[in-house]
Design a protein around this ligand. Structure first.
Ligand SMILES: Nc1ncnc2c1ncn2[C@@H]1O[C@H](COP(=O)(O)OP(=O)(O)OP(=O)(O)O)[C@@H](O)[C@H]1O
Ligand SMILES: [Mg+2]
Length: 373
């Protein structure tokens, strides 16, 4: 590898002879007789070694070195050799202060000069090598950290998955019993008593919420299977709206095609998708507002857009939205959106999101239309 040298001396003859000697040794040399041009050169090129005379016409050589250090403060540093005409102690001290790496006093023999240059070049080479090793080390450390974080995360997720599957199965039966009992009571009482009606409705809604959380948990532990059939996607959407706990100050406006849109899908899972999306929109709208749901049949797919005018999401949340266990809520589990994504993916669909902080969020779910149309 050839190293580059920037050589500065105002004595043109002397400059020429040093340039020649250096080129004979195989170095690439740029020879200049003023500091102004040299500064421009340093700004645009990296030289492993800069050799400068102290006494230059337009600037003191030591001042020039300070400029060089300033230019290179955030990057690779050149070795700097100072040529001085004085055999005093003062110049070397000043040179060291200006962060020169070496100095040589005039008059000197070419051989002595070249040996000095060689020594400085070896240092420059070592510095480069050191920099490369440091960068490699930092890179391996970063990869190691990432691998460790991933392993920890996977271990954690798998432990939670096992727990979720166990607890989920245990809760499934009691919840089904509660739901059946509520249904029985509803029919048996068949009352117009507003308070009783309200209690029964609350029981029914809360069971639905518990079942939704349970489904998220089972989905997360991969303990579920798909039961696909030909369904009108508007049906689970309507049921999700009906069974979700929507506060009075939130209005849900649905625009669903009368003729329906048919897909091959698991009805309950689709209901869960829209319940999860609705639940998030509701939590994002503490001051109320309107949630709009629009379904449209395209050539080969159905596109459902669900828009809210809630808090919206910042960059980090948008990036981590579908990550299992990512939540910004005090009481959230962080499984809602990862479940939604898994379900859509298993139906060979797509989900995308657009969100602006303080303005709201829009999810677009795309599913392939049923082939048997
Ligand atoms: N419509 C939305 N508007 C604003 N933020 C949202 C919206 N949907 C999701 N988020 C953000 O994404 C995060 C993850 O959502 P996700 O549904 O996965 O979990 P969660 O709602 O926090 O908990 P849960 O498991 O109970 O659903 C939320 O905590 C919230 O910060
Ligand atoms: Mg959620």
């Amino acid at each position: 590898m050839s190293y580059k040298i920037l050589l500065l001396d105002d004595d043109r003859l002397f400059l020429k002879s040093l340039e020649k000697a250096l080129k004979r040794e195989g170095y690439e040399v740029k020879a200049l007789d003023n500091c102004r041009e040299a500064i421009k050169e340093v700004e645009s090129e990296f030289y492993e070694l800069i050799i400068t005379d102290v006494r230059m016409p337009d600037m003191n050589g030591l001042e020039f070195i300070e400029h060089v250090r300033e230019i290179q403060k955030n990057g690779d540093q050149s070795q700097v050799m100072v040529i001085t005409g004085y055999a005093s102690q003062e110049v070397p001290i000043k040179a060291v202060k200006a962060q020169a790496s070496d100095y040589i006093t005039k008059p000197f023999e070419t051989g002595e000069f070249l040996r000095s240059v060689k020594k400085n070049m070896e240092i420059a080479g070592l510095e480069k090598e050191k920099l490369r090793y440091t960068q490699e080390l930092e890179e391996s450390n970063r990869k190691l950290r990432e691998a460790r974080d991933l392993a920890l995360r996977n271990e954690r997720l798998s432990a939670i998955g096992k727990l979720a599957s166990g607890v989920g199965h245990e809760l499934k039966n009691p919840l089904t019993n509660i739901r059946n009992s509520v249904y029985y009571l509803q029919n048996y009482l068949n009352t117009d008593e507003p308070e009783v009606k309200e209690y029964i409705e609350t029981l029914s809604m809360e069971t639905e919420v518990a079942e939704r959380i349970l489904s998220d948990l089972l989905n997360f532990s991969k303990a579920t299977t798909l039961a696909r059939e030909r369904i009108n996607i508007c049906d689970p959407i309507e049921e999700a709206v009906r069974t979700s706990n929507i506060p009075q100050d939130i209005l849900v406006e649905s625009a669903l095609p009368d003729e329906g849109c048919f897909v091959e899908a698991d009805y309950d899972k689709m209901k869960q998708v829209f319940q999860n999306l609705l639940s998030n929109s509701v939590s994002a709208m503490p001051d109320g507002g309107t949630i709009t749901i629009k379904a449209e049949c395209k050539e080969n797919s159905v596109e459902v857009k669900l828009r809210d005018v809630g808090t919206g999401m910042n960059k980090e949340t948008l990036e981590r939205l579908f990550e299992p266990l990512y939540t910004t809520k005090q009481k959230g589990i962080g499984l809602g959106m990862s479940t939604v994504r898994d379900i859509i993916k298993h139906h060979k669909g797509e989900i995308s999101v657009e969100s602006r902080e303080g303005e709201g969020t829009e999810f677009t779910v795309k599913l392939p239309l049923s082939q048997s149309l």
